[in-house]
Design a protein around this ligand. Structure first.
Ligand code: GLU
Length: 507
């Protein structure tokens, strides 16, 4: 059997979007499953749309997700070069062959002539299409004599090369691994440009030539390329090449359905659309990616794998190895998959909960560094992480839920203050600090008992006492068990924070 070879073939026209990365992932999974090759090919024939930094971004994104190509401009391979702009000379014999065999033709029409033609059609209520019905009215090697064509070519007249779509109302029967049989009448197709006037092949020609030369067995790409399938199919037939398997992946839809997920949806609903941060070279706008927002690459990949592919059963958490074993194109859905921010977060939360404690402590310590906290012991950090991890979806959540173990409140939440500060609070807390300094054993259990006794002797509501204490220690009415917090902070710090509140609160 032929070795499975798949390719991810992005154009460096901007950062990779979630959908593009999912395409790369499905290609990678299939290659791994069949011990094949995963190729990264850069399709940069359209130099006008080239965006600086995009290619590097694509590679970095694949690396972050662990989808390392076997062959690419960076990894080498025996089918290179892997950038289409470096393959220019390779395409020539193929388009010459197509012209020679009558599958393609030279078209000399200038932009003005085409425009004029379009206007004539429009004035009659029609849309102009360069196709089997109109091509003989145009300026090309089918309508001109052989002599005229030679002389125009010799004169150096500008031309493009167009595909000659079969004219005979043929029903083209194609097969897609996800959609099954697809039929189309060739009369609906136009004669697409295969080679531009600058001699550069268009996406269509370069794509099929490269897939053929690189011995690609499966073309797995987004649904937006489905309209190109008939042309590619016809080109394979014209070349007499063996067809690869085609699989067009369903769209990733907006959370509310109805249309393709776009960057605007991400901005509107507060989730990234790119794997890594991307600074737009023109506007300078910085977009955070999944990495910067705090996603683990393995959670991100797991979430992405299930956006369009369904392995059956209830299980949703899969390691990369499991994804490779289970992946198959016949379980990729035909209809679009809705993106859900909440579900994405759920995946990260699941991975965070599964992480070994030591790993989580290591990550938490990196987070602490960001806040310039460097004097806490490993033991202390461990206790903190253990106490908050089950409420966290991201590593930064650990900090957000535990900052008060490391620093006194910088401010008091106004709502919490309103609720927890009463006119008697001042005296209560003053008495409490006096009392606290006498308590020797600062242990959560004992503290609880002490505080109950204190409330009773002062004729206070225990609940209110705890609220004021929480406000002093945390700055808010949320947080861990207050006795545990006190134990962790220790006597000196606890008293200091209460005094800080007394000082800052209006009397
Ligand atoms: N260059 C195309 C893209 O940017 C690739 C389409 C294909 O995989 O054939 O997505």
């Amino acid at each position: 059997m032929k070795k499975t070879r798949v390719r991810f073939a992005p154009s460096p026209t901007g950062p990779l979007h979630l959908g593009g990365l999912r395409t790369a992932l499905y290609n990678y999974l299939l290659a791994q499953k069949y011990k094949g090759d995963f190729i990264l090919r850069i399709e940069d024939t359209d130099q006008k749309r080239f965006v600086p930094g995009a290619e590097e971004y694509i590679l970095k994104s694949l690396n972050w997700c662990g989808l390392t190509p076997d062959e690419s401009p960076y990894h080498g391979g025996k089918y290179g070069p892997y950038r289409q702009s470096e393959r220019r000379s390779i395409y020539k014999p193929y388009f010459r062959h197509l012209v020679k065999e009558g599958h393609a033709y030279y078209a000399f029409d200038t932009a003005e002539m085409l425009d004029k033609k379009r206007k004539v059609f429009e004035s009659q209520g029609n849309t102009f299409s360069y196709n089997a019905q109109t091509r003989l009215q145009m300026d090309n090697s089918l309508s001109l004599t052989a002599q005229e064509v030679t002389s125009r070519l010799e004169k150096g007249d500008q031309y493009v090369i167009r595909f000659k779509t079969p004219a005979d109302n043929q029903i083209l029967e194609m097969y897609d691994e996800i959609r099954g049989e697809i039929k189309i009448n060739t009369a609906t197709l136009d004669d697409k440009v295969l080679v531009k006037s600058d001699g550069m092949p268009t996406y269509h020609l370069a794509n099929i030539v490269d897939d053929h030369l690189m011995e690609i067995t499966h073309v797995i790409r987004g649904e937006e390329w489905l309209p190109s399938l008939p042309l590619h199919w016809l080109l394979y037939e014209a070349m007499g090449w063996k067809m690869p398997y085609f699989a067009h992946l369903p769209l990733i839809l907006k959370p509310e359905g109805g249309g393709k997920l776009s960057k605007r949806d991400g901005d509107r609903l507060g989730f990234p659309i790119f794997p890594l941060q991307w600074k737009d070279p023109q506007s300078g706008v910085l977009n955070r990616g999944y990495r910067e927002v705090g996603y683990f690459p393995e959670a991100f990949i797991n979430m992405l794998a299930l956006l369009g592919w369904n392995p059956g059963g209830e299980q949703e958490i899969f390691s990369l190895k499991e994804l490779i074993d289970l992946f198959s194109l016949d379980r990729v859905g035909k209809s679009g998959a809705r993106f859900s921010k909440e579900k994405a977060q759920w995946f990260n939360q699941q991975y965070l909960q599964k992480k070994p404690l030591t790993e989580l402590i290591r990550l938490f310590q990196q987070e602490l560094k960001k806040y310039k906290v460097n004097n806490s012991t490993q033991r202390y950090n461990r206790k903190v992480v253990e106490s908050v991890r089950d409420r966290a979806s991201f590593v930064h959540d650990l900090w957000e839920k535990a900052y008060y173990f490391f620093m006194p409140p910088l401010q008091y939440d106004p709502k919490a203050f309103k609720k927890a500060w009463h006119k008697e609070s001042f005296y209560i807390l003053k008495n409490l600090t006096a009392d606290l300094s006498k308590w020797e054993d600062f242990n959560a259990c004992i503290l609880k008992k002490h505080l109950r006794d204190f409330a009773a002797t002062q004729d206070l509501s225990f609940g209110k006492l705890i609220q004021s204490l929480r406000l002093a220690l945390v700055g808010d009415l949320q947080g861990n068990d207050i006795f545990f917090i006190m134990e962790m902070l220790g006597q000196k710090e606890t008293i200091k924070r209460i005094e800080q509140l007394i000082q800052r609160a209006p009397q």
